[in-house]
Design a protein around this ligand. Structure first.
Ligand code: FAD
Length: 386
Protein backbone atom coordinates (compact mmCIF):
# COMPACT_ATOMS: atom_id res chain seq x y z
CA UNK A 1 0.00 0.00 0.00
CA UNK A 2 1.30 3.45 -0.76
CA UNK A 3 1.45 6.37 1.66
CA UNK A 4 -1.75 8.35 1.62
CA UNK A 5 -4.19 5.40 1.59
CA UNK A 6 -6.79 5.35 4.38
CA UNK A 7 -5.93 2.16 6.25
CA UNK A 8 -2.34 1.55 7.27
CA UNK A 9 -0.69 -1.60 5.95
CA UNK A 10 -0.02 -2.93 9.43
CA UNK A 11 -1.29 -2.74 12.99
CA UNK A 12 2.33 -3.01 14.15
CA UNK A 13 5.80 -3.14 12.67
CA UNK A 14 8.44 -4.63 14.94
CA UNK A 15 12.05 -3.69 14.19
CA UNK A 16 14.57 -6.15 15.64
CA UNK A 17 14.14 -9.92 15.58
CA UNK A 18 16.10 -10.81 18.72
CA UNK A 19 14.20 -12.80 21.33
CA UNK A 20 12.25 -9.75 22.54
CA UNK A 21 11.20 -8.52 19.09
CA UNK A 22 10.32 -12.00 17.84
CA UNK A 23 8.20 -12.63 20.96
CA UNK A 24 6.39 -9.30 20.48
CA UNK A 25 5.69 -10.04 16.81
CA UNK A 26 4.43 -13.53 17.62
CA UNK A 27 2.17 -12.31 20.42
CA UNK A 28 0.58 -9.72 18.13
CA UNK A 29 0.22 -12.21 15.28
CA UNK A 30 -1.53 -14.64 17.62
CA UNK A 31 -3.86 -11.82 18.70
CA UNK A 32 -4.95 -11.58 15.06
CA UNK A 33 -3.05 -8.36 14.30
CA UNK A 34 -1.43 -7.50 10.99
CA UNK A 35 2.21 -7.40 11.96
CA UNK A 36 5.57 -7.26 10.21
CA UNK A 37 8.90 -8.16 11.81
CA UNK A 38 12.04 -6.66 10.25
CA UNK A 39 15.45 -8.00 11.24
CA UNK A 40 18.79 -6.90 9.82
CA UNK A 41 20.64 -10.21 10.33
CA UNK A 42 19.27 -13.74 10.18
CA UNK A 43 20.14 -15.83 13.25
CA UNK A 44 22.65 -18.60 12.59
CA UNK A 45 20.89 -21.88 11.76
CA UNK A 46 20.53 -24.11 14.82
CA UNK A 47 23.25 -26.75 15.08
CA UNK A 48 22.76 -29.31 17.80
CA UNK A 49 26.49 -29.94 18.18
CA UNK A 50 27.26 -26.27 18.79
CA UNK A 51 26.63 -24.33 22.00
CA UNK A 52 25.79 -20.67 22.01
CA UNK A 53 28.00 -18.72 24.43
CA UNK A 54 25.04 -16.38 25.06
CA UNK A 55 23.07 -18.08 27.81
CA UNK A 56 20.16 -16.78 29.91
CA UNK A 57 18.67 -17.65 33.28
CA UNK A 58 14.96 -17.35 32.51
CA UNK A 59 12.56 -16.69 35.35
CA UNK A 60 9.33 -18.69 35.78
CA UNK A 61 7.47 -15.56 34.63
CA UNK A 62 9.41 -15.50 31.33
CA UNK A 63 8.85 -19.22 30.85
CA UNK A 64 5.13 -18.68 31.41
CA UNK A 65 5.15 -15.97 28.70
CA UNK A 66 6.98 -18.23 26.26
CA UNK A 67 4.61 -21.09 27.10
CA UNK A 68 1.61 -18.85 26.45
CA UNK A 69 3.12 -18.07 23.05
CA UNK A 70 3.37 -21.82 22.42
CA UNK A 71 7.14 -21.82 21.93
CA UNK A 72 8.56 -23.03 25.23
CA UNK A 73 8.07 -26.74 24.37
CA UNK A 74 10.20 -26.22 21.22
CA UNK A 75 13.19 -24.67 23.01
CA UNK A 76 16.03 -27.21 22.80
CA UNK A 77 18.00 -28.41 25.86
CA UNK A 78 16.73 -26.19 28.67
CA UNK A 79 18.31 -26.87 32.05
CA UNK A 80 16.26 -26.31 35.18
CA UNK A 81 17.98 -24.87 38.23
CA UNK A 82 16.48 -25.84 41.54
CA UNK A 83 18.86 -23.99 43.86
CA UNK A 84 20.76 -20.74 43.98
CA UNK A 85 23.83 -19.95 46.04
CA UNK A 86 25.09 -16.38 46.46
CA UNK A 87 28.22 -15.86 48.48
CA UNK A 88 31.14 -13.60 49.19
CA UNK A 89 34.23 -14.00 51.35
CA UNK A 90 32.36 -13.81 54.65
CA UNK A 91 28.75 -14.73 54.04
CA UNK A 92 26.38 -16.82 51.94
CA UNK A 93 22.75 -16.98 50.96
CA UNK A 94 20.94 -20.07 49.63
CA UNK A 95 17.58 -20.52 47.98
CA UNK A 96 15.92 -23.71 46.88
CA UNK A 97 12.88 -24.42 44.77
CA UNK A 98 11.52 -26.49 47.68
CA UNK A 99 11.66 -23.44 49.99
CA UNK A 100 9.57 -21.50 47.49
CA UNK A 101 7.20 -24.38 46.77
CA UNK A 102 7.97 -24.45 43.03
CA UNK A 103 9.47 -27.20 40.86
CA UNK A 104 12.36 -24.97 39.67
CA UNK A 105 13.69 -21.48 40.23
CA UNK A 106 14.13 -21.01 36.50
CA UNK A 107 15.62 -22.48 33.35
CA UNK A 108 18.94 -21.92 31.63
CA UNK A 109 18.68 -21.59 27.86
CA UNK A 110 20.86 -20.49 24.98
CA UNK A 111 19.96 -17.43 22.91
CA UNK A 112 20.20 -19.57 19.74
CA UNK A 113 17.81 -22.13 21.25
CA UNK A 114 15.18 -19.47 21.94
CA UNK A 115 15.50 -18.04 18.43
CA UNK A 116 15.35 -21.57 16.99
CA UNK A 117 11.97 -22.02 18.69
CA UNK A 118 10.63 -18.53 17.94
CA UNK A 119 11.65 -17.84 14.36
CA UNK A 120 9.69 -20.59 12.55
CA UNK A 121 6.55 -19.18 14.20
CA UNK A 122 7.11 -15.72 12.76
CA UNK A 123 8.57 -16.78 9.41
CA UNK A 124 5.53 -15.72 7.41
CA UNK A 125 5.55 -12.19 8.85
CA UNK A 126 9.32 -11.63 8.80
CA UNK A 127 11.52 -9.72 6.40
CA UNK A 128 15.18 -10.62 6.80
CA UNK A 129 17.69 -9.31 6.07
CA UNK A 130 15.78 -6.05 6.21
CA UNK A 131 16.90 -2.84 7.85
CA UNK A 132 14.88 0.11 8.97
CA UNK A 133 16.33 3.17 7.25
CA UNK A 134 13.97 5.88 8.49
CA UNK A 135 10.50 6.55 9.85
CA UNK A 136 8.19 9.49 10.04
CA UNK A 137 5.33 10.03 12.45
CA UNK A 138 1.89 11.18 11.33
CA UNK A 139 -1.27 11.60 13.42
CA UNK A 140 -2.80 8.21 12.73
CA UNK A 141 0.20 6.12 11.60
CA UNK A 142 3.97 5.88 11.35
CA UNK A 143 5.49 5.73 7.86
CA UNK A 144 8.34 3.23 8.16
CA UNK A 145 10.93 2.86 5.41
CA UNK A 146 12.49 -0.57 5.28
CA UNK A 147 15.02 -1.25 2.51
CA UNK A 148 13.64 1.56 0.38
CA UNK A 149 9.97 0.62 0.74
CA UNK A 150 7.69 2.81 2.83
CA UNK A 151 5.01 1.01 4.84
CA UNK A 152 2.42 2.50 7.13
CA UNK A 153 1.68 1.11 10.55
CA UNK A 154 -0.40 2.14 13.56
CA UNK A 155 2.44 1.22 15.89
CA UNK A 156 6.22 0.94 15.54
CA UNK A 157 7.89 -1.31 18.12
CA UNK A 158 11.61 -0.68 18.66
CA UNK A 159 13.14 -4.01 19.67
CA UNK A 160 16.41 -2.99 18.07
CA UNK A 161 18.76 -3.52 21.00
CA UNK A 162 20.83 -1.38 23.35
CA UNK A 163 22.11 0.89 20.57
CA UNK A 164 18.52 1.31 19.26
CA UNK A 165 18.65 3.43 16.09
CA UNK A 166 14.93 4.17 16.56
CA UNK A 167 15.44 5.52 20.08
CA UNK A 168 18.33 7.64 18.82
CA UNK A 169 16.35 9.00 15.85
CA UNK A 170 13.56 10.01 18.23
CA UNK A 171 16.09 11.81 20.41
CA UNK A 172 14.87 9.97 23.53
CA UNK A 173 17.34 10.70 26.31
CA UNK A 174 18.99 7.82 28.15
CA UNK A 175 20.65 7.78 31.51
CA UNK A 176 23.72 5.77 30.72
CA UNK A 177 26.70 4.65 32.74
CA UNK A 178 29.33 2.23 31.44
CA UNK A 179 30.71 -0.16 34.05
CA UNK A 180 34.49 -0.36 34.23
CA UNK A 181 34.12 -4.13 33.85
CA UNK A 182 33.56 -6.43 30.86
CA UNK A 183 31.84 -9.79 31.09
CA UNK A 184 34.09 -12.69 30.12
CA UNK A 185 31.92 -15.61 29.06
CA UNK A 186 32.78 -19.31 28.57
CA UNK A 187 31.38 -22.83 29.00
CA UNK A 188 33.44 -25.31 31.02
CA UNK A 189 33.41 -28.86 32.37
CA UNK A 190 32.84 -29.02 36.08
CA UNK A 191 34.19 -32.29 37.42
CA UNK A 192 32.12 -32.21 40.62
CA UNK A 193 28.90 -31.50 38.67
CA UNK A 194 26.73 -28.39 38.87
CA UNK A 195 24.02 -29.85 41.15
CA UNK A 196 21.31 -28.03 39.11
CA UNK A 197 22.39 -24.88 40.92
CA UNK A 198 22.90 -21.29 39.75
CA UNK A 199 25.93 -19.87 41.54
CA UNK A 200 26.89 -16.26 42.11
CA UNK A 201 30.20 -15.40 43.73
CA UNK A 202 30.42 -11.75 44.73
CA UNK A 203 34.04 -10.74 44.79
CA UNK A 204 35.79 -7.48 44.16
CA UNK A 205 36.29 -6.42 41.41
CA UNK A 206 33.03 -7.96 40.20
CA UNK A 207 30.61 -10.85 40.42
CA UNK A 208 30.98 -14.28 38.80
CA UNK A 209 27.83 -16.06 37.69
CA UNK A 210 27.91 -19.81 37.03
CA UNK A 211 24.89 -21.38 35.35
CA UNK A 212 24.23 -25.09 34.85
CA UNK A 213 23.98 -26.45 31.28
CA UNK A 214 22.02 -29.53 30.25
CA UNK A 215 25.15 -31.45 29.15
CA UNK A 216 26.58 -31.20 32.68
CA UNK A 217 28.89 -28.29 31.89
CA UNK A 218 28.55 -24.80 33.35
CA UNK A 219 28.34 -21.40 31.68
CA UNK A 220 30.36 -18.66 33.34
CA UNK A 221 29.88 -14.89 33.23
CA UNK A 222 32.92 -13.36 34.90
CA UNK A 223 32.83 -9.61 35.41
CA UNK A 224 36.36 -8.20 35.28
CA UNK A 225 37.78 -4.68 35.20
CA UNK A 226 40.39 -3.65 32.63
CA UNK A 227 43.17 -4.72 32.28
CA UNK A 228 42.24 -7.97 34.08
CA UNK A 229 39.63 -8.88 31.45
CA UNK A 230 42.21 -8.78 28.65
CA UNK A 231 44.72 -10.70 30.76
CA UNK A 232 42.18 -13.44 31.59
CA UNK A 233 41.08 -13.65 27.95
CA UNK A 234 44.72 -14.22 27.02
CA UNK A 235 45.29 -17.09 29.50
CA UNK A 236 45.71 -20.62 28.16
CA UNK A 237 42.99 -23.13 29.04
CA UNK A 238 44.66 -24.43 32.20
CA UNK A 239 45.51 -20.93 33.41
CA UNK A 240 41.94 -19.77 32.83
CA UNK A 241 40.42 -22.76 34.65
CA UNK A 242 42.81 -22.50 37.59
CA UNK A 243 42.24 -18.79 38.05
CA UNK A 244 38.48 -19.17 37.80
CA UNK A 245 38.47 -22.10 40.21
CA UNK A 246 40.38 -20.00 42.75
CA UNK A 247 38.09 -17.00 42.23
CA UNK A 248 35.15 -19.32 43.01
CA UNK A 249 36.89 -20.41 46.25
CA UNK A 250 37.04 -23.95 44.87
CA UNK A 251 33.29 -24.30 45.60
CA UNK A 252 32.65 -25.84 42.19
CA UNK A 253 35.74 -28.04 42.33
CA UNK A 254 38.02 -28.63 39.38
CA UNK A 255 37.08 -26.91 36.11
CA UNK A 256 38.40 -27.97 32.70
CA UNK A 257 38.03 -27.80 28.89
CA UNK A 258 36.82 -24.21 28.53
CA UNK A 259 35.18 -23.15 25.29
CA UNK A 260 36.69 -20.15 23.47
CA UNK A 261 36.25 -17.07 25.66
CA UNK A 262 34.24 -14.02 24.60
CA UNK A 263 33.83 -10.70 26.32
CA UNK A 264 30.96 -8.20 26.38
CA UNK A 265 30.91 -4.56 27.46
CA UNK A 266 28.62 -3.84 30.42
CA UNK A 267 26.45 -0.78 30.80
CA UNK A 268 23.60 0.53 32.88
CA UNK A 269 21.21 2.34 30.58
CA UNK A 270 17.62 3.48 30.85
CA UNK A 271 15.50 5.39 28.36
CA UNK A 272 13.78 8.46 29.81
CA UNK A 273 10.59 7.51 27.93
CA UNK A 274 9.32 4.12 26.77
CA UNK A 275 6.97 5.64 24.20
CA UNK A 276 7.05 8.55 21.81
CA UNK A 277 3.93 9.16 19.75
CA UNK A 278 3.21 5.83 18.08
CA UNK A 279 6.59 4.27 18.89
CA UNK A 280 7.15 1.89 21.83
CA UNK A 281 10.58 0.77 23.07
CA UNK A 282 10.94 -2.78 24.39
CA UNK A 283 13.85 -4.89 25.69
CA UNK A 284 17.39 -3.55 25.54
CA UNK A 285 16.22 -0.61 23.43
CA UNK A 286 14.57 0.62 26.65
CA UNK A 287 17.00 -0.67 29.29
CA UNK A 288 20.19 -2.59 29.84
CA UNK A 289 21.74 -3.62 33.11
CA UNK A 290 24.59 -5.59 34.61
CA UNK A 291 24.06 -9.34 34.05
CA UNK A 292 24.71 -10.14 37.73
CA UNK A 293 21.00 -10.50 38.42
CA UNK A 294 20.34 -12.24 35.07
CA UNK A 295 17.41 -9.90 34.43
CA UNK A 296 17.96 -8.26 31.01
CA UNK A 297 15.98 -10.64 28.85
CA UNK A 298 13.50 -11.33 31.64
CA UNK A 299 12.67 -7.61 31.77
CA UNK A 300 12.41 -7.52 27.96
CA UNK A 301 9.91 -10.40 27.91
CA UNK A 302 7.94 -8.68 30.67
CA UNK A 303 7.86 -5.51 28.50
CA UNK A 304 6.39 -7.59 25.68
CA UNK A 305 3.73 -9.05 27.95
CA UNK A 306 2.86 -5.55 29.23
CA UNK A 307 2.60 -4.19 25.68
CA UNK A 308 0.39 -7.10 24.61
CA UNK A 309 -1.82 -6.49 27.66
CA UNK A 310 -1.98 -2.74 26.99
CA UNK A 311 -2.94 -3.36 23.34
CA UNK A 312 -5.51 -6.10 24.03
CA UNK A 313 -8.86 -5.13 22.58
CA UNK A 314 -7.68 -1.77 21.18
CA UNK A 315 -8.66 -0.92 17.60
CA UNK A 316 -5.63 1.32 17.21
CA UNK A 317 -2.47 -0.20 18.71
CA UNK A 318 -0.64 3.13 18.63
CA UNK A 319 -3.43 5.10 20.31
CA UNK A 320 -2.28 7.40 23.15
CA UNK A 321 -4.17 5.35 25.79
CA UNK A 322 -2.37 2.14 24.71
CA UNK A 323 1.01 3.86 24.76
CA UNK A 324 0.32 5.43 28.16
CA UNK A 325 -0.85 2.10 29.64
CA UNK A 326 2.32 0.38 28.46
CA UNK A 327 4.71 3.09 29.71
CA UNK A 328 2.93 3.34 33.05
CA UNK A 329 3.02 -0.37 33.68
CA UNK A 330 6.73 -0.85 32.99
CA UNK A 331 9.03 2.14 33.32
CA UNK A 332 8.92 2.69 37.08
CA UNK A 333 9.10 -1.05 37.84
CA UNK A 334 12.08 -1.49 35.53
CA UNK A 335 13.77 1.57 37.06
CA UNK A 336 13.57 -0.13 40.47
CA UNK A 337 15.20 -3.32 39.13
CA UNK A 338 17.95 -1.32 37.41
CA UNK A 339 18.65 0.62 40.62
CA UNK A 340 18.69 -2.55 42.71
CA UNK A 341 21.08 -4.32 40.34
CA UNK A 342 23.39 -1.30 40.29
CA UNK A 343 23.30 -1.07 44.09
CA UNK A 344 24.20 -4.76 44.40
CA UNK A 345 27.06 -4.31 41.94
CA UNK A 346 28.42 -1.41 43.98
CA UNK A 347 27.89 -2.99 47.38
CA UNK A 348 29.50 -6.29 46.44
CA UNK A 349 32.29 -4.73 44.39
CA UNK A 350 33.39 -2.56 47.31
CA UNK A 351 36.69 -3.37 48.95
CA UNK A 352 36.35 -1.02 51.93
CA UNK A 353 35.81 -2.78 55.28
CA UNK A 354 32.66 -0.79 56.13
CA UNK A 355 30.71 -1.93 53.08
CA UNK A 356 32.23 -5.43 53.26
CA UNK A 357 30.95 -5.66 56.85
CA UNK A 358 27.57 -4.29 55.82
CA UNK A 359 27.07 -6.84 53.06
CA UNK A 360 28.17 -9.74 55.28
CA UNK A 361 25.69 -8.59 57.90
CA UNK A 362 23.00 -8.16 55.21
CA UNK A 363 23.49 -11.60 53.66
CA UNK A 364 23.68 -13.41 56.98
CA UNK A 365 20.66 -11.55 58.37
CA UNK A 366 18.64 -12.30 55.26
CA UNK A 367 19.61 -15.97 55.44
CA UNK A 368 18.16 -16.03 58.95
CA UNK A 369 14.83 -14.61 57.74
CA UNK A 370 13.41 -17.37 55.55
CA UNK A 371 10.08 -15.65 54.89
CA UNK A 372 11.63 -12.35 53.76
CA UNK A 373 14.24 -14.24 51.75
CA UNK A 374 11.55 -16.30 50.01
CA UNK A 375 9.50 -13.18 49.27
CA UNK A 376 12.51 -11.44 47.74
CA UNK A 377 13.31 -14.42 45.56
CA UNK A 378 9.71 -14.87 44.51
CA UNK A 379 9.54 -11.24 43.43
CA UNK A 380 12.84 -11.35 41.54
CA UNK A 381 11.90 -14.57 39.77
CA UNK A 382 8.35 -13.55 39.02
CA UNK A 383 6.98 -16.54 40.95
CA UNK A 384 3.36 -16.36 41.95
CA UNK A 385 3.16 -18.00 45.35
CA UNK A 386 0.09 -20.00 46.35
C1 FAD B 1 27.21 -11.37 29.34
C2 FAD B 1 25.73 -11.20 29.39
C3 FAD B 1 24.94 -12.13 30.09
C4 FAD B 1 23.55 -11.97 30.17
N1 FAD B 1 22.82 -12.89 30.90
C5 FAD B 1 21.47 -12.73 31.01
C6 FAD B 1 20.67 -13.64 31.79
O1 FAD B 1 21.15 -14.59 32.42
N2 FAD B 1 19.31 -13.45 31.86
C7 FAD B 1 18.72 -12.39 31.19
O2 FAD B 1 17.48 -12.25 31.29
N3 FAD B 1 19.46 -11.51 30.44
C8 FAD B 1 20.79 -11.65 30.34
N4 FAD B 1 21.53 -10.76 29.59
C9 FAD B 1 20.85 -9.65 28.90
C10 FAD B 1 20.31 -10.08 27.52
O3 FAD B 1 21.39 -10.53 26.71
C11 FAD B 1 19.62 -8.92 26.81
O4 FAD B 1 18.80 -8.23 27.72
C12 FAD B 1 18.74 -9.43 25.66
O5 FAD B 1 19.51 -10.19 24.76
C13 FAD B 1 18.10 -8.26 24.90
O6 FAD B 1 17.31 -8.76 23.84
P1 FAD B 1 16.72 -7.76 22.75
O7 FAD B 1 15.91 -8.65 21.82
O8 FAD B 1 16.07 -6.61 23.40
O9 FAD B 1 17.98 -7.15 22.00
P2 FAD B 1 19.06 -7.88 20.96
O10 FAD B 1 19.19 -9.30 21.35
O11 FAD B 1 20.21 -6.99 21.01
O12 FAD B 1 18.29 -7.81 19.58
C14 FAD B 1 18.17 -6.62 18.82
C15 FAD B 1 17.98 -7.01 17.35
O13 FAD B 1 17.66 -5.84 16.58
C16 FAD B 1 18.30 -5.96 15.31
N5 FAD B 1 18.39 -4.60 14.75
C17 FAD B 1 19.06 -3.53 15.27
N6 FAD B 1 18.89 -2.44 14.46
C18 FAD B 1 18.09 -2.82 13.43
C19 FAD B 1 17.55 -2.16 12.28
N7 FAD B 1 17.80 -0.86 12.04
N8 FAD B 1 16.79 -2.86 11.42
C20 FAD B 1 16.51 -4.17 11.65
N9 FAD B 1 16.99 -4.87 12.73
C21 FAD B 1 17.77 -4.20 13.60
C22 FAD B 1 19.64 -6.60 15.63
O14 FAD B 1 20.20 -7.24 14.49
C23 FAD B 1 19.24 -7.63 16.73
O15 FAD B 1 18.92 -8.89 16.18
C24 FAD B 1 22.93 -10.88 29.51
C25 FAD B 1 23.73 -9.96 28.79
C26 FAD B 1 25.10 -10.11 28.76
C27 FAD B 1 25.95 -9.08 27.99
Amino acid sequence: MSAGAATPDYDAIVVGGGVVGAAAALGLKQAGRRVLLAEARAPKPWEANQWDPRVYALSPASIASLSALGVWADVPRPQAFTAMRVWDRASALDWSADDLGVPALGQIVEDAALLHALWPQVETITRCPASLSSFEAADDHVAVTIDGETLRSRLLIAADGAQSPIRKQLGIAVSSKPYPARAVVAHLHCVAGHADTAWQRFAPPGPIGVLPLSDGRVSVVWSLDAPDDARVLGLDDDGFCNELCAALDGQLGHLSDPSPRLSFPLRLQHAAQYTHGRVALVGDAAHSLHPLAGQGLNLGLADVQALLDAAAGADDLGAPQVMARYARSKRAANARMLALTDALYRLFGARDPLRAGLRAWGLNTLNGLPVVKAQLAAQALGITRQ
